[in-house]
Ligand binder design. Structure first.
Ligand code: ADP
Ligand code: MG
Length: 681
């Protein structure tokens, strides 16, 4: 198999340089690539329907005899419509083809064929429109459909794949050792490769798919573990003294036990272990991750080293900057801020102070990982809301120091099974406890007709000194000009609903210092109501806010709603989340009902993935994982199985470099090189 990756596709019959270039467009360079180019979907020709069983609008396969010769009719614009009737034992149906002058020469009167297509009807009865067809001789009955490109239709890919498969030696080395395959009931690779392309029935297809999906996820799984175990060597940083107790006296509250445990996990990593810390602190929104990070930063700084703390948004970076400044006010720790929005001269000044060591701790956005930023002695890299960063960015931040410690923090918008893989290269501390006296946020669903009541409610909360967010998703989605922009919405509110209440507005198109000013005023309760877009989605912390109203709630994913809801319920007062949606469809309501029924981030993430599928789930967020060729991140069962198998392999073979699994190691290297560079550099 390995040598087929070195055999160019142009070595196949009928593939010259021109064709090879078309294959390259699909990412196929070698015969091996072609074999791994799995069908995008299949047409099921195995499930033959009788003509009298066909229903209008369904896509189906029939086996029928051509009754009449094909009748071509020219219509306007020189186009051709070809019609013929076919029959089986149960009835007959008309076939209609558009603009294919060869149909009459391809279909022989009296010949029997499979026809696969969608049915419709006109005044003469049922028709099948432009079906694909093949002579009804024995053979493959489930037809593979490949991703295609201009000049290279699925059929051409199919015939190239047939040739490629015929080049497979009769015995191929299987990356999954027999012991593993037998134990987990996975078919041999050779069989899987044939059956994924040309299955004879659905069972064969399922068996093949299971094997290939599982292998790919196992490879991913082991690859991520490998990153953890072998990429980081020994640390030379001398952090010897634990200052976490001293740190606690700086806090205005007592840490929860879960927070204390997370801190001590980290301190233990950086003081007692020879390799650098690689730790994920995972805790639902509001669980107090910032204080945990601050404690670790404090110990690092007190030992004379620097920390870089990276946040995904400008607002969040600035908020953290203020929190840390306040926290370290009466200490000798110098805190700096470095974000893209600062003036060039300010950035220069901060960078200089980082390089000469006069700043102990810097908080910033992506600006931290540009080439220009250098540190004197970076010992700790922290990323907040890690799911917003790729593995690459995390690695880049680490590259700013000499093998520094890594602490990543994440609320859990990623389902557990996937999280295990994404964070598989990290040790995990879970904060499974909210600070005391927190009450679960009460969540309700309302229609816009009930908005008056919602505003009354906000007024009464404000009267009691509390604050509210109103989220409208409009300004950033410029295409939705049928709905008023956030600005108009806010203006309207101020004039009509809240003339005597201070309303602020913040959205993504504002200048950073404008945003900053608005957030400051809201944090200090100069504004009682903040109209915002999703810029407030992650991390923002104003404990006095007790209401969040989310307009057009149906436009958000559940995980995003959960993050938004996490902006309230951060203090000891009862908080409320009011989802407004007029979309009456059952699925929409069911989705939003999930929000009303639970405050558990894990449950919500799982539901979200189930309902929307992985593509939508991640949106433009990166998860930093390599591109999969067959596995689907929404497939929880396969993810779980792969995890089990990866555990088994590590137990049995000890090390990924074990010679018995060298083929598996080769697959890992291949997966992580293919668009997965981000995971390795
Ligand atoms: P997240 O985990 O979402 O990042 P934060 O770190 O922003 O949460 O903390 C949420 C709020 O809870 C902040 O206002 C913080 O000061 C407060 N907080 C954190 N830990 C505790 C605690 N142990 N007791 C009381 N309040 C706490
Ligand atoms: Mg946070």
């Amino acid at each position: 198999m390995t040598s087929l990756y070195k055999t160019p596709v142009s070595s196949l019959n009928g593939i010259g340089e021109k064709r090879a270039a078309l294959f390259a467009r699909l990412g196929i360079k070698s015969v091996g690539d072609l074999i791994n180019f799995y069908p995008r979907t299949y047409e099921d020709w195995s499930n033959i329907k009788h003509i009298n069983e066909l229903e209008y609008g369904e896509t189906a396969c029939i086996k029928a005899i051509v009754a009449t010769s094909v009748n071509d009719t020219r219509i306007s614009g020189g186009r051709i419509i070809s019609k013929t009737a076919v029959y089986d034992d149960t009835g007959s149906i008309q076939l209609v083809f558009f603009n294919n002058k060869y149909i009459s020469s391809m279909l022989r009167q009296g010949g029997e064929y499979f026809f696969y297509g969608k049915t419709s009807s006109d005044s003469y009865g049922m028709q099948m429109l432009s079906p694909t067809f093949a002579p009804a001789i024995k053979g493959t009955q489930i037809r593979p459909i490949y991703r295609q490109t201009a000049g290279l239709p699925s059929k051409s890919v199919e015939s190239a794949v047939r040739q490629a498969l015929s080049m497979l030696p009769s015995k191929i080395n299987d990356p999954l050792p027999d012991a593993v395959r037998e134990r987990f009931d996975l078919c041999p690779l050779r069989q899987a490769l044939f059956d994924i392309h040309f299955p004879k029935n659905c069972q064969q297809l399922e068996t093949a798919r299971k094997r290939l999906v599982t292998e790919e996820l196992v490879v991913l799984n082991l690859g991520m573990r490998n990153l953890r175990d072998h990429s980081r060597g020994v640390t030379s940083l001398k952090i010897t003294k634990d200052y976490s107790e001293e740190f606690e006296s700086l806090l205005p509250f007592t840490m929860t036990n879960a927070q204390k445990r997370a801190v001590s996990d980290c301190i233990n990593d950086i003081i007692n272990k020879s390799s650098p810390m690689n730790r994920l602190v995972q805790g639902d929104v509001g669980s107090g991750k910032t204080a945990v990070a601050a404690s670790v930063c404090y110990t690092v700084a007190k030992n004379g080293f620097q920390t870089a703390f990276m946040a995904p948004t400008e607002i969040l970076a600035r908020q953290h900057y203020k929190t840390f400044q306040r926290l370290f006010e009466n200490t000798d720790i110098k805190v700096g801020l470095l974000t893209g929005a600062l003036k060039e001269s300010e950035k220069k000044q901060i960078r200089k102070s980082l390089a000469d060591g006069s700043i102990d701790m810097v908080i910033g956005t992506h600006a931290l990982i540009t080439d220009k930023t250098e540190f004197k002695n970076l010992a700790l890299a922290v990323t907040d809301e890690q799911h917003r960063f790729g593995v690459a960015q995390r690695a880049k931040l680490l590259g700013k120091g000499n093998n520094p410690h890594l602490l990543v923090m994440s609320a859990t918008p990623i389902p557990r099974t996937l999280g295990l893989i994404i964070f598989g290269d990290l040790d995990i501390s879970i904060i499974d406890e909210l600070p005391p006296s927190r009450k679960p946020v009460k969540t309700v669903l309302r229609t816009s007709a009930m908005r008056g009541g919602v505003y009354d409610f906000i007024r009464s909360e404000v009267k009691h000194g509390r604050q509210a967010y109103i989220v409208c998703p409009l300004v950033e989605e410029g295409e939705l000009d049928d709905v008023a922009s956030a600005e108009e919405y806010a203006a309207d509110l101020m004039l009509r609903e809240f003339p005597d209440i201070a309303v602020g507005i913040v959205h993504g198109q504002m200048k950073p210092d404008e945003k900053d000013e608005v957030m400051r005023k809201f944090a200090e309760n100069e504004y009682s109501v903040l109209v915002a877009t999703t810029v407030i989605e992650v991390g923002v912390d104003v404990p006095n806010a007790t209401v969040i109203v989310i307009e057009n709630a149906e436009r958000f994913g559940l995980s995003q709603l959960h993050q938004l809801r996490g902006r309230v319920g951060r203090g000891s007062s009862q908080s409320y989340c009011i989802l407004i949606s007029d979309k009456g469809s059952r699925t929409t309501r069911e989705r939003l009902e999930v929000m009303c029924s639970t405050n558990n981030g894990f449950v919500i993430a799982d539901e979200d993935l189930k309902m929307r599928g992985p593509g939508d789930f991640f949106g433009h967020r990166q998860h930093g994982l390599p591109q999969m060729s067959i596995a689907d991140f929404a497939d929880t069962k396969s993810l779980e199985l792969s995890q089990k198998i990866a555990d088994y392999i590590m137990n049995r073979y000890g090390d990924i470099r074990n010679d018995e699994i060298r083929l598996l190691k080769a697959e890992i290297d291949r997966l992580f090189d293919r668009g997965g560079q981000n995971a390795l550099n």
